[in-house]
Write a protein that binds this ligand. Structure first.
Ligand code: G3H
Ligand code: 13P
Ligand code: ZN
Ligand code: NA
Length: 281
């Protein structure tokens, strides 16, 4: 069933595991993720970034997730990842998404509070969950380098959650989007403090490229939602490239997209194991 991420994250927090949130781009990635969730009995969050919903309207992703859901029994949430304002959040609500992120983390604290609160006010009446971000996760083009300065401050986290009423909080504890160029410098002690001060489920962005041990340490110290985008993109794209080396004399797109779908599913099953969600649905 399509449910809110609030409900999925609550269950995960109470039962000591984390939920994978996978960024998808197309039908095959949606099928791969839902099949992986079904096979492993894992709750899962499917998410599309602001750039992805420019590629195809949210209506397409909602319809494809809905079609996949009809064949599934596990709880699934459909989430807007890194939304940039109230307008996009409202679009997601209208499209049937059950969860949105408002990312105003690059703006000053007061402005982040104001925009997040506006999205919470819009989502509350319709029961859609809201994730916001505090601190600088970084790693995207144009982002400043993440460093000690950008890590989430516990006293700000407490105030932010209290004033916005947000359901979950993305925190900066040393991870970055994309593949890592150096060793990530994770602050697990800070994470533990944030778990206490924030009081809502915490979200780890930039999980692609982290070791299994690092992800599990983050979960043990307070993370409830783990975001994977780049590793699924790599799995899909490398599979397509590989397929053309196996066979080149064909004209049916299903051949390479089907091959890529299988590879993405394999990665999703593995990440769900790392996060401990197998058998939790
Ligand atoms: O954080 C989200 C993922 O890294 C995808 O972002 O679609 O803007 O590249 P993008
Ligand atoms: P990665 O691309 O590093 O997996 O980050 C994903 C993410 O945080 C999506 O919001
Ligand atoms: Zn992110
Ligand atoms: Na990453």
């Amino acid at each position: 069933a399509l449910v809110t991420s609030r409900r999925i994250l609550q269950h995960a927090r109470e039962n000591g595991y984390a939920v994978c949130a996978f960024n998808v781009e197309n039908m095959e990635m949606i099928q791969a993720v839902v099949e992986a969730a079904e096979e492993t009995a894992s709750p899962v969050i499917i998410q599309t970034s602001a750039n992805t919903v420019k590629y195809a309207h949210m209506d397409y992703y909602y319809a494809m997730v809905w079609a996949a859901m009809k064949r599934a029994t596990v709880p699934v949430a459909l989430h807007l990842d890194h939304g940039d304002g109230t307008e996009l959040a409202l679009q997601a609500i209208r499209a049937g998404y059950t969860s949105v992120m408002i990312d105003a983390s690059r703006l000053p604290f007061e402005e982040n509070v104001r925009q997040t609160k506006a999205v919470v006010d819009a989502c509350r009446p319709v029961g859609v969950s809201v994730e916001a971000e505090l601190g600088n996760v970084g790693g995207k083009p144009g982002d400043p380098d993440y460093g000690t300065d950008g890590y989430t401050k516990p006293e700000e986290a407490e105030e932010f959650v209290r004033r916005t009423g947000v359901d979950s909080l993305a925190v900066a504890i040393g991870t970055a989007h994309g593949v890592y160029r150096g060793e990530p410098n994770l602050d697990l002690k800070l994470l533990r403090t944030l778990r206490e001060t924030a009081g809502v489920p915490l979200v780890l962005h930039g999980a692609s490229g982290l070791s299994e041990q690092d992800v599990q340490r983050c979960i043990a110290h307070g993370i409830t939602k783990v975001n994977y985008a780049t590793e699924l993109r790599i799995a899909f794209t490398e599979a397509v490239k590989e397929y053309f080396t196996i066979e080149s004399d064909f004209v049916d797109p299903k051949k390479f997209t089907g091959y890529a779908r299988d590879k993405v599913k394999g990665v999703a099953v593995e990440k769900m194991r790392v996060c401990g969600s197998h058998g939790k649905a």
